[in-house]
Design a protein around this ligand. Sequence first.
Ligand code: GUN
Ligand code: ZN
Length: 429
Amino acid sequence: MMKAYRASILRFNDAAPQDQCAVYEADGLLVVGPNAAGLQVVVAVGNYASLAPQFPDLDVEHFPGRIISPGFVDMHVHYPQLDVIGSPADGLLPWLENYTFPEEKRFVTPEYSAQAASFFIAELLRNGVTTALAFATSHVASVNALFAEAQHKGLRLITGKCLMDQHVPDGVRDTTEQSLLDTEALINQWHSAGRLGYAITPRFVCSCSAAQLSGAGELAAKYPDVWIQSHVAENFEEIAWVKRLYPTSRSYLSVYEQFGLLRPKAVYAHCIHFDDADRALMHSSGTAAAVCPTSNLFLGSGFFDYAGADQAGFAYGLASDVGGGTSFSPFHTMLAAYYVGRVGQTKQGLSLSPQHLWWQHTAGAAKAIGLQGVAGNLQVGCDADFVVLNPQATPLLARRMARANSLDELLFALIVMGDDRVIEKTVLA
Ligand code: GUN
Ligand code: ZN
């Protein structure tokens, strides 16, 4: 069954310059219909007056005064960390030790995992997130629970069992050989089942033995279509620890290279404390960065170098990193990214444009994780995952919108003042 939606419509042209990549129809029509797999995809999109006559018999749902945007893509989020959001610590390592690992121990049971998975996915949808690359815990039960819930809800979700066989407490530590057997079994069970994807998930260098990283690299070579997700260069104490573990490696990032863990569809969170050689390695290996600004500000980790990333030309996009991150809302994440551009750059402060910020959390994030033309956009052929936004959701937003004289002003006001109240509806293909 084909169906159409009339509203203002935002989509993106990936080939356009960063600050002019948005394509906006003030009075637009989005026509969707089923593909061979039975998913709703975009059949046509454009100006209402010119497109509507081509579809005379279509059922059109009208959202006056509303904006349809591609659903947001969260490139890095931890579903087992719902209950540790807002736990203050002197940086990453004490935060993991005191709050995160104790909470993650609970995911050993399918029941605990299932209730968290259900809340987590509801929260993503309430915030307009329609694609997520998520960490589970080291327990197989946590992975099964999240995949099952995503399948039930029809969400595009990529996750995997955390690999962590050293330097972490009892209850979350796994064992080398079994963790790799479990990973391969989970790949075979879940990868490419409908909208689900598997990510080989070595937590970070410190928590994985060389044998475990090596096994993860072998699986990454055997299953090139599967994702890889991990953390890198987030925090100075973490980096010093990696240096002690691998004194002869050129850098933290190059340890992952050594084990065959940098390639297209590999996504590394943070990527803060990089040098030029690291940035070149990201680019040459086709690896993507998940930029996590609320987490990096909250834990005091540092600032992502936007200018350096653009100069090297490696792919990146935005992520909440809940629970190190402080919010599920893509608006809060985009605003934090803007702050990072202003104050966190080595040279002059940047003013990241609203179009570029929005792209980083939709089409740009999808492109970075290998889903260009599939997710995060509303061009013809993309999955019909979208949000209906109410730009007048609060009195102050309504007042500010009345003065918005351009697309940039409109998008900026939403980024600065928006939150879950703006998300009126989230539609999954
Ligand atoms: N490094 C290793 N594990 C984690 C985690 O759970 N959160 C963050 N922010 N960094 C990590
Ligand atoms: Zn993380």
